[in-house]
Write a protein that binds this ligand. Structure first.
Ligand code: NAD
Length: 346
């Protein structure tokens, strides 16, 4: 927890690409209405930065320096080119600052299809596994891309750390159970090590937090059929990434899914979703995911009451006032929605 100074909390602001700038403006409007003040250090990264001639390409040095100083960032989504092009800035930031825990709370605000009470917390390992970025092509004959190889890196320390984070989270937040999601039947080493460590950590919490296990494919099906059987999920990087979008789908889409990337020396708050190029620049994006991420940031900064108020205002605007963006079947623009949330706050 850091302390507020007279000019407010120093936080790095990365509006990002695609819908990023729109949802960031909306989020700033809501944060303003909380009465908490911020000294924003606005920075540029991703496609927006790589388009301009700046040191460091898509991840310029000033971004790193700023987060090193503020230890806290609010970030819009950043574009990552498919296949070739520059390396994911999202992954690079998580590795640069050792943001090993990706915390993603999923809570229903309004019923969606047959799902009306989703309450699942995803704790995803954020720096290892197949996303460690150890990959290369092997040339065979004339074809430089004849074979592709990616190596998943999992360490005992990394597995223990993320599992302990999940159990600690469960304990502090009054949750009942942690489910270890793995593929140790096939990936006997990279996933087996995760399961081995997870079971050891579970023993430390025996009698306080329940633990169960699911193989990833079964977990994916059970999430659709019996989502109420999950409470806190802890899993490795890629499984957590994929299951997150699946759980967001049970809430009604990515527009309601916030997240925090937490490490020992910094934290970055961002929506689960990406740049949504199909709706960028049209004022259609749902800013709730970034606003709810900002609520997580407020709590991280010790502003617990403001965090709760923001979350309640988002839920009240959607559920009680019926003011919704297009993804939730409404007609409100990004800014109209944000203004309604801000009005509830003030
Ligand atoms: P996406 O999350 O951007 O979009 C998926 C679908 O969800 C689209 O139909 C989009 O319109 C919709 N959607 C997403 N956010 C929404 C919102 N706030 N309101 C309403 N609808 C919303 O996924 P994608 O299209 O696969 O990826 C686009 C780009 O985003 C890629 O370059 C990808 O690498 C990047 N990305 C970045 C992050 C990040 O910065 N953390 C995360 C995921 C994807």
């Amino acid at each position: 927890m850091r302390h507020s100074v007279s000019s407010g909390y120093s936080v790095t602001l990365l509006p990002g690409d695609g819908i990023g700038p729109e949802i960031t403006d909306a989020t700033l409007l809501v944060l303003d209405a909380t009465g908490i003040t911020f000294a924003w250090d606005r920075q540029v990264a991703g496609a927006t930065a790589s388009g301009i001639e700046r040191r460091g390409g898509a991840l310029p040095d000033p971004v790193i320096e700023s987060i090193r100083m503020t230890k806290c960032a609010l970030k819009g989504p950043l574009e990552t080119p498919l296949g070739g092009g520059y390396r994911s800035v999202n992954v690079a930031l998580r590795q640069e600052f050792g943001l090993y825990a990706n915390l993603r709370p999923f809570r229903s605000i309004i019923p969606f299809r047959s799902y009306d009470n989703i309450d699942i917390v995803m704790v995803r390992e954020n720096t290892q596994g197949l996303y460690a970025g150890v990959e290369h092509f092997v040339q065979v004959g004339e074809d430089p891309h004849a074979v592709a190889e990616s190596t998943a890196i999992t360490t005992r320390e990394g597995c223990g750390r993320i599992c302990r984070y999940a159990f600690q989270y469960a304990l502090h937040h009054g949750r009942r159970k942690v489910t270890l999601v793995h593929k140790a039947n096939i990936l006997k080493m990279v996933s087996g090590l995760f399961l081995e460590e997870g079971r050891l950590v579970a023993k430390e919490y025996d009698g306080r937090i329940e633990c169960d296990e699911r193989i990833i494919d079964n977990a994916a099906m059970q999430l659709v059929m019996r989502p109420e059987s999950f409470d806190v999920i802890v899993t490795t990087n890629m499984f957590g990434d994929i299951l997150s979008d699946q759980i967001a789908g049970l809430l009604g889409g990515l527009g309601l899914a916030p997240s925090a990337n937490i490490g020992a020396s910094a934290a970055i708050f961002e929506a689960v979703h990406g740049t949504a190029p199909d709706i960028a620049g049209q004022g259609k994006a749902n800013p709730s995911a970034l606003i709810l991420s900002a609520a997580m940031m407020l709590e991280h900064l010790g502003e617990l009451d403001a965090g709760t108020r923001v979350r309640d205002a988002v839920a009240g605007t959607i559920r009680d006032d019926g003011i919704r963006t297009g993804d939730l079947g409404g007609k409100a623009t990004t800014m109209e929605f944000a203004k309604a949330v801000a009005e509830r706050l003030s």
